[in-house]
Design a protein around this ligand. Structure first.
Ligand SMILES: Cc1ncc(COP(=O)(O)O)c(C=O)c1O
Length: 384
């Protein structure tokens, strides 16, 4: 029986794994009246830092503001260059532009889709200040190789690990392996706070500075002024931002973090089923995981044979009720970067931006839904 003759299902690309417990979690914060950055944010920061094995966690409103803050904390600004892969969500590069620095795009490894360390090194100039590798789609980049390049050239490293909380690199959790690591809690990620982000770092001075800059660079925090027995007049010595997370979000994040290992276990099992049952389709390459990493499968990304018309395949799957997304964008081809950086040649990035496609994967996806997606791919790609 063909898939089309079967009952049509509607399978979304993802669904956040939220339950009644998350729905109830903000109750205490709302009742207490302390709704923005306060005790729950502090608790969430400690819990994330402990989970990833870093000394400090600094929460913000999103991963994008987090990336901006990490670069600002590292002193990146006008006249500096920052190296970043083009094969990433545009927010990675945008955060560099916010500081006034110049974006220098680098090439990726075609198997891992993460920055190619050899190519990063070729792009270093006297103006390079930092490297921003990305842990794309939930797979840690080769951070030891990037750290080694940074050490030899005196550069800073901000690891954009937006999709990769819970992933590991050489047995260590992502989050404690770079000077600053940045996570996202957007609803497309493995765990969510609605919007939200977090820097983790072992550097005490950086953590202090990041905490100050995210709250208007106030010399004394709201919470400390509130607890003080004498009036404190705060001062402002630097340009800061309002990137504060709310206690409402952090309360949800604390529940999600407790469920993270279980959510990862479920995602990995579903991804392994795809790996096995899609392996015989010749026009598809399933995700590659190098021996040094474990994947969070924030998304499940197929790499299609270049002869397959990816956009047509996406349209055909959508007609069957199956949502897909293009894999990852080539940021350097977007007008905003063509105007600012000019035309850069990144052939691997351009090919993978054309051939990659995300298929549904989420913790509550049923076996029936997954079977439906697998059967549809077999049928469509047999014909493609
Ligand atoms: C690699 C990467 N960096 C940054 C971001 C931006 O995260 P946020 O939406 O939390 O700002 C994303 C979001 O998809 C991402 O995938």
């Amino acid at each position: 029986m063909t898939v089309e003759a079967k009952k049509k299902l509607n399978v979304p690309i993802t669904k956040p794994a939220l339950t009644e417990e998350e729905a109830r979690a903000p109750f205490e914060s709302i009742k207490s009246g302390w709704v923005t950055q306060g005790p729950k944010v502090a608790e969430f920061e400690k819990a994330v830092a402990a989970y990833v094995g870093a000394k400090h966690g600094i929460a913000t409103t999103s991963c994008t503001t987090r990336l901006h803050l990490a670069l600002a904390t590292a002193g990146v600004g006008s006249g500096d260059e920052v190296i970043v892969p083009s094969f990433t969500f545009i927010a990675s590069a945008n955060a560099i532009l916010y500081t006034g620095a110049t974006v220098v795009f680098c090439e990726i490894d075609p198997r891992t889709f993460n920055a190619d360390p050899g190519d990063i090194e070729k792009r270093i100039t006297k103006r390079t200040k930092a490297i921003m590798p990305v842990d794309q789609i939930g797979l840690a980049c080769d951070i030891d190789a990037v750290n080694d390049i940074a050490r030899r050239h005196g550069l800073d490293v901000v690891e954009d690990a937006a999709p990769t909380i819970g992933g590991t690199y050489k047995g260590r959790r992502v989050g404690g392996n770079a000077h600053q690591t940045v996570f996202s809690f957007h609803p497309r990620k493995v765990i969510t706070t609605g919007e939200g982000g977090m820097i983790t770092t072992d550097d005490d001075a950086f953590a202090d500075k990041a905490r100050r800059l995210r709250a208007h660079a106030m010399s004394v925090s709201d919470l400390d002024r509130h607890k003080s027995e004498r009036p404190i007049i705060e001062e402002y010595h630097e340009l800061g931002f309002n990137y504060r997370m709310t206690d409402i979000q952090a309360s949800i994040g604390l529940v999600q973090l407790r469920r993270l290992d279980e959510l990862l276990r479920i995602r990995v099992a579903k991804a392994e089923r795809y790996n096995t049952e899609l392996a015989d389709i010749k026009k598809v390459r399933t995700p590659f995981t190098p021996p040094y990493a474990t994947h969070t499968y924030q998304s499940y990304c197929l790499d299609l044979d270049p002869a397959v018309d990816r956009d047509e395949l996406m349209a055909r799957l959508l007609r069957r009720g199956i949502a897909t997304r293009r894999g990852v964008m080539a940021s350097h081809l977007e007008k905003v970067y063509l105007d600012r950086v000019g035309r850069v040649s990144l052939p691997i990035t351009e090919e993978k931006a054309r051939t990659t496609m995300l298929i549904p994967l989420f913790a509550t996806m049923t076996d029936e839904e997954q079977t439906y997606v697998i059967d549809a791919l077999h049928e469509e790609l047999a014909a493609a």
